[in-house]
Design a protein around this ligand. Structure first.
Ligand SMILES: [Zn+2]
Length: 483
């Protein structure tokens, strides 16, 4: 049974259906508090797996884990002038029982204002640097007005790294490393391509010198930022007194970066980009169940089939996460159920197969059924591990490539954004404050099209004129509507 909504016709309805009760049961929106989402077990099992991949990767890069409270004292947010931008979005705790707290506490909107006061206590000398900690499997709170599961919430799952260096050069190197980490996991393991941008100055993280963001293209043509990394310069170090004694015995402020792969956004991209009208399509590595075995029995107690299924379950479980579905449901019902949940490989075993020593095997991504000799099974599954990832990666890559168009005039730009999906590549005057007016004009003419920035690795000098104001262009930028 396919989903009622077609992904290609109405992505938004399809997304609501697949995440909910009639889909893969990832969340339950009946909790009754806007923007606060109960995650059901299938989504948590998926998320835990790519969180673990990210944890391994940042630990390889020298980060070690810390775990801090959710509540932060009021004075902390006031220390960094621009960071106060978060103030209107904060959730507050002001009482303990009936007693008013001496200091009001806010729920963390992100980590800077809680982590850096501690860094100022922990870091002493240049010998401590680089200082690299990360937090994962935590939540963050922001008073967002519109909310959508895995895309925008008042409470959402967070992952953040925070590093302190002696120099700004090291910061820039870390920004590049962050992009590599994002690419190795999100593209390499999860099959999600992205474009990595240096954001315009008006779209920076509050208090950062520069912000870099990884944008993934969702099926409705809007981009979604799935990771961001910030060059914080010395601004936060000065606000929170993060100092070290340098090699000449002088006290210096550190240079900082923070990096955040968006756990929720990555989940939304896995659902949206890879999913189809039959449900989720999960990359092999993060599927909570990788192989499901479905017996095709005509008599209730077909011992030979049951025995074969158990034997396969035992054998395959040594290498894979395997489920033998011997429930009372009909085979067709089971096919639908496991397809909805995105289990990458299904094995079907009936009396005919047992007799002929054959196995029917079905790939979830292309829903292709194949009958093979039983002795080929393990080799076949091994090959599927990479074949499935390659296939879903290539589809996503193709979709991204096909939906980047170039515009040379403002009219053309507006026309593309108002009639097509995706990103428009064009020439732009400036990514500092002076370009903001042109960006506003684009946003107004296109119902929300935003300048996402210039590509991180774009070292070319832009030629020609700004598509809006006709002044000399300084950058080739990409424009898209976004989540
Ligand atoms: Zn301009």
């Amino acid at each position: 049974m396919a989903l009622k909504n077609k992904k290609s016709q109405n992505f938004s309805e399809w997304y609501t259906e697949i995440t909910g009760e009639n889909g893969a049961k990832l969340v339950d929106m009946r909790y009754g508090v806007q923007g606060f989402v109960p995650h059901r077990t299938w989504s948590v099992q998926i998320i835990r797996r790519f969180e673990a991949l990210l944890e391994q990767q940042v630990e390889k890069d020298g980060y070690s884990p810390i775990l801090l409270p959710l509540l932060i004292p009021e004075e902390n947010i006031k220390k960094e002038k621009e960071h106060v931008e978060f103030a209107p979005e904060l959730f507050w705790v002001e009482r303990m029982g009936k007693t008013k707290l001496e200091t009001p506490l806010y729920l963390r909107p992100t980590g800077e204002s809680q982590i850096y006061p501690l860094y100022s206590l922990w870091i002493r000398s240049w010998k401590d640097l680089p200082w690299k900690n990360y937090q994962s499997r935590i939540t963050t709170y922001r008073g967002e007005s519109t909310t959508r599961p895995f895309l925008r919430g008042r409470e959402f799952i967070f992952f953040e790294t925070h590093a302190v260096f002696e120099t700004n050069e090291e910061v820039l190197k870390q920004v590049e490393k962050d992009m590599q980490i994002t690419s190795e996991i999100i593209t390499g393991e999860l099959g999600l391509p992205f474009l990595y941008f240096k954001r315009p100055s008006w779209d920076k993280f509050a208090g950062a010198d520069d912000t870099y963001g990884a944008d993934c293209l969702m099926p409705d043509g809007k981009v979604s930022q799935i990771a961001s990394t910030h060059d914080l310069g010395q601004r936060f170090a000065k606000a929170y007194n993060v100092k070290f004694i340098d090699q000449n015995e002088k006290s210096q402020f550190g240079y900082q970066t923070c990096f955040g792969p968006g756990i929720w956004r990555i989940m939304a991209a896995i659902i949206g980009v890879h999913g189809d009208d039959f449900g989720l399509v999960l990359p092999f590595k993060i599927a909570p169940i990788q192989i499901v075995i479905v017996p095709i029995v005509f008599e209730k107690n077909d011992k030979a089939v049951d025995r074969k299924c158990k034997e396969l379950e035992k054998k395959l479980s040594k290498q894979y996460r395997v489920k033998y579905d011997n429930s009372d449901n009909k085979p067709g019902w089971k096919y639908n159920e496991w397809e909805m949940l995105g289990v990458p490989v299904r094995i079907e075993v009936g009396p005919k197969e047992v007799k002929a020593k054959k196995i029917t095997i079905v790939r979830r991504d292309i829903r292709k059924r194949e009958t093979i000799a039983e002795k080929q099974l393990e080799r076949k599954i091994k090959s599927y591990e990479s074949v499935i990832l390659k296939s879903i990666s290539e589809n996503a890559e193709k979709f991204l490539r096909e939906n980047i168009k170039e515009a040379n005039t403002f009219e053309h730009l507006v026309k593309i954004l108002n009639t097509n999906k995706g990103l428009v590549k064009t020439k732009f005057c400036a990514l500092d404050k002076s370009g903001e007016k042109c960006a506003d004009k684009i946003q107004q003419a296109t119902d929300g099209g935003k300048v996402r920035g210039m590509l991180f690795d774009d070292k070319s000098r832009a030629s020609g004129k700004c598509v809006v104001c006709s002044k000399k262009a300084t950058a080739t930028v990409y424009i898209a509507k976004s989540y």
